[in-house]
Design a protein around this ligand. Structure first.
Ligand SMILES: [Zn+2]
Ligand SMILES: [Zn+2]
Length: 294
């Protein structure tokens, strides 16, 4: 066919460029098995190809600042070691500053895209939390909060039908332990809390990365935006290899109303999501929302 013939060369060009790009970018990606193997045992003073992947991960989740010059990208320096220590403390790992197997495994786990530290600090009980030595730490919250307690929510028109029940249940769950009153709005654009399933670049400069990696993210008050990564396997309930919409929703709604990440692993505000399981509110989450809105 004439049309196919005409387009073949361009398709091959595009395909080969695409393959080159994929090969180049994925060799040490957080989401490949290569990642842990490549960096295992890396420590201060080492010079390692692709080390910027680790640095970018720590920058993304608020463990270090993005001040860095290009030629030092492969250097495992003091600043990086300190950021890794901070990450290890928050994640209950041995705080050696060395990229050991547990630390690398933790970095590969699917999680919420919201940083663990906003501007390098955490707000706890209304004061700045000291970065190191918070072994008994718990819920955190940001400096912004809602000034009204009646909020409307809506799912973007066309959202998968199985999201309605778990999202409504998650709203009811937070409502039962706080002063909030949530009601579902028929008009998406007017709702205080707008929930949608989106993929890749979706207009907020924080792109989703396909299966694994970042699962969802949301804004702090009064932002009101909750995005699920549409490319994950979502279900209503617990199913092997899938994420529960209600569990991740419960976590993300916590952000929408002002909570940050907790380092209590049983808390819904712990940033790592349970695969194939459901999770509910823990005493830490309830204490957090009640401290933010007494
Ligand atoms: Zn989160
Ligand atoms: Zn988004």
């Amino acid at each position: 066919m004439k049309l196919t013939k005409l387009h073949l060369p361009s398709i091959f060009t595009i395909l080969s460029i695409f393959l080159i790009l994929v090969a180049k970018s994925s060799s040490f990606s957080i989401k490949t098995s290569n990642f842990a193997k490549h960096f295992l045992g890396a420590k201060k003073g080492d010079k390692i190809k692709g080390l910027d992947q680790v640095r970018q991960y720590l920058i993304k989740y608020g463990y270090m600042n993005s001040v860095w010059s290009d030629h030092q990208k492969e250097d495992f320096d003091y600043t990086l070691a300190q950021a890794i220590k901070k990450y290890q403390v928050f994640n209950h790992l041995n705080s050696s500053g060395i990229l050991d197997a547990n630390t690398l495994a933790q970095m590969e786990m699917p999680r919420c895209g919201v940083p663990d530290f906003v501007n390098g600090t955490k707000i706890q009980h209304g004061r700045k939390l000291v970065i190191y030595g918070f072994n008994d730490s718990y819920y955190t919250f940001e400096t912004t909060k809602w000034l009204k307690m009646n909020l409307t929510w809506a799912l973007m028109p066309g959202t998968r039908a199985d999201a309605q029940r778990p999202i409504a249940a998650a709203m009811a769950n937070w409502m039962s332990v706080s002063k909030f009153h949530f009601s579902q709005s028929p008009v998406f654009q007017n709702a205080d809390l707008q929930i949608s399933f989106v993929s890749g670049e979706h207009g907020d400069r924080t792109r989703f990365d396909g299966p694994g990696g970042i699962l969802a993210h949301s804004t702090f008050p009064p932002g009101g935006k909750l995005h699920f990564d549409a490319n994950e396997t979502w279900v209503d309930g617990a199913r092997a290899g899938a994420f529960d919409i209600g569990t991740i929703g419960l976590h993300e709604i916590g952000h929408l109303i002002g909570l940050g990440h907790s380092n209590v692993q049983s808390a819904i505000m712990w940033p790592i999501a349970p695969l194939g399981a459901t999770k509910g509110l823990a005493p830490d989450d309830i204490a957090g929302i009640r401290a933010l809105y007494p």
